[in-house]
Design a protein around this ligand. Structure first.
Ligand code: HEM
Length: 505
């Protein structure tokens, strides 16, 4: 009764379309996760069953605008699920992992202003982004005529930018300038076994915790069976983040003027000091370290992977007309919009073709393409179906962005589809979801856009790009959670590597 009849016939969710094997056991979807095929399989299920599909005994996947508004609209009341707790750092929750709307909004108030668009276009953050872009150009110049591996160099760019933004002098990295230790922080990102570790952390959290906390003889005995050998993903980055936070604390306690610096850590520290002794609960040093580490992890792969696909897509022979048009646009930027050769962010904020190219990259190659699980503490109705309290509901940028009724020829890279102010463009904008939406939307959106616009403009003002010989039929591939994502129309994949030839204008 409990294993078959109730879930398949009596449960209110049994009316929702979907394959019976998925409705019976959560391990059916977990198998897709293990094989790294979850997001594509769910997309295929949507194509077969429509915009609402039951993908587990207690899990539903949606693909409609109505569901998007209901679940992810501002003030919807839906909360992030336990899935996100794997992003806790040092045992503390943070913006990414809070479930409750109240805890999340209290924390968000402390930092939201620092991520506002106006601060990204002018002032210290904008100057920092421009400086990192100049360093990126210097790296390409150093390479001369040789093909350049952009998966790594774009990660150097994104880690240097986000660490400088978060920690300033106390934790800013110098990977672009060649610092070996800072570059090594990125090593565990390219280890393919990190995907198995994510799978274990999500589906067998207690066992995973047990496996990684053993010591002595037990540790040696179980070592060969670990999903990922130590150091595991982000160990180095988390250590760097903790040390940066500790350095910051020591410096402010020694009365340095760092507390007034325009960094995220100084803002969090200011809040810690302002409530000290007031009876209200202050953030302690681990809360601050966890919050910063979370932004650091959120800000590396996302921006770097988007730029990777953008440059790769523009370098494809069939897309050279797009590159040419972008080059024409970025080379019209007047000289007085440049600071030491790098375009000022406020001067490039409104270039229509540049924005169409970035938007199309985020549509087709969203760096976080998979489901974003949420749940609500009360029953509700979505798309005409009753959804019992605490059902896990999901939507994904991958499926939203591939709806052929909204995006004509969805697998084609076509920035032109975003041009103009037609009803069609307005509809596509409503389906565009690379940064999520509502209260849990990406806080780093404007920082990411600043980094991406500045780098793309600077590169294509000075260079044109093409695929390096030997890499013509290979798509770059990026890791997101337990999956590898790549351009599915290209015959082969080159995991975490992309060779591009930069030709000076
Ligand atoms: C192209 C670049 C980026 C994309 C596409 C992106 C996308 C996203 C998405 C989809 C989410 C929601 C995830 C979910 O609910 O499962 C998110 C959340 C978040 N992102 Fe980004 N992100 C980008 C860059 C950044 C950067 C540079 C930062 C730097 C701080 C950042 C910080 C965050 C944080 C802290 C959250 C959690 C926000 C909250 O829960 O209030 N992101 N991002």
């Amino acid at each position: 009764y409990h294993l078959v009849i109730e879930p398949l016939y009596l449960n209110p969710k049994s009316k929702i379309p979907g394959p019976k094997s998925y409705a019976l056991t959560k391990w059916r979807l977990a198998l897709e996760d293990f094989q790294g095929t979850r997001t594509g399989t769910i997309h295929a299920l949507h194509q077969k069953y429509g915009p609402i599909v039951r993908v587990g005994p207690n899990e539903i996947h949606f693909n409609s605008l109505n569901a998007l508004r209901t679940i992810y609209g501002a003030g919807s009341g839906f909360e992030r699920t336990w899935f996100y707790r794997m992003f806790d750092a040092y045992g503390r929750q943070n913006l990414f992992t809070f479930h409750s709307v109240k805890e999340h909004s209290d924390r968000k108030k402390l930092v939201a202003n620092a991520y506002s668009k106006s601060l990204m276009l002018k002032g210290p953050a904008a100057a920092m982004v421009q400086e990192k872009v100049s360093q990126y150009l210097a790296l390409i110049k150093e390479q001369g005529d040789q093909p350049h591996e952009i998966f790594s160099s774009l990660h150097y760019f994104s880690i240097d930018a986000i660490t400088q933004f978060l920690y300033g002098s106390q934790g800013g990295t110098s990977a672009l300038k060649g610092d070996i230790q800072d570059r090594a922080l990125l090593n565990d990102i390219i280890d393919p076994t990190r995907r198995y570790l994510s799978w274990f952390a999500v589906h067998l959290p207690t066992l995973t915790k047990w496996l990684y906390t053993r010591q002595g003889l037990t540790e040696r005995l179980i070592r060969p069976f670990l999903p990922m050998q130590k150091p595991t993903t982000y160990t180095g980055i988390r250590k760097h983040a903790l040390e940066a936070s500790q350095r910051f604390q020591t410096a402010v306690e020694a009365k340095s003027d760092l507390r007034t610096a325009e960094t995220i850590i100084s803002r969090l520290w200011a809040s810690h000091e302002s409530v000290k002794g007031s009876g209200r609960q202050a953030l302690d040093s681990l809360d601050i370290a966890s919050e910063c580490a979370d932004h650091l992890l959120a800000g590396i792969d996302t921006t770097a992977d988007t730029l990777l696909f953008l440059i790769w897509a523009l370098s494809q022979p069939q897309n050279l007309y797009i590159q040419k048009r972008l080059i024409e646009e970025v080379r019209t930027i007047p000289r007085d919009a440049l600071d030491s050769g790098t375009p000022r962010l406020d001067a490039i904020d409104k270039l229509p073709y540049l924005h169409a190219v970035i938007r199309e990259t985020l549509r087709l190659y969203a760096p976080l393409p998979a489901s974003e699980p949420r749940s609500l503490g009360a029953d509700c109705v979505i798309d005409g179906y009753k959804i019992p309290a605490r059902t896990v509901v999901n939507m994904s940028p991958y499926s939203l962005h591939r709806n052929a009724e909204v995006f004509e020829d969805p697998l084609r890279f076509d920035p032109d589809r975003w041009l103009g102010q037609t009803d069609k463009v307005a509809l596509m904008n409503r389906w565009f979801w690379a940064f999520s939406s509502g209260g849990r939307m990406c806080i780093g959106l404007h920082l990411a856009m600043a980094e991406m616009t500045a780098l793309v403009v600077a590169v294509y003002r000075d260079y044109s790009t093409s695929i390096a010989p030997g890499f013509e039929d290979k798509s770059p591939a990026i890791t997101s959670r337990f999956e590898l994502f790549y351009d599915e129309t290209v015959p082969e994949i080159a995991e975490h590597t992309c060779m591009i030839k930069f030709t000076k204008a």
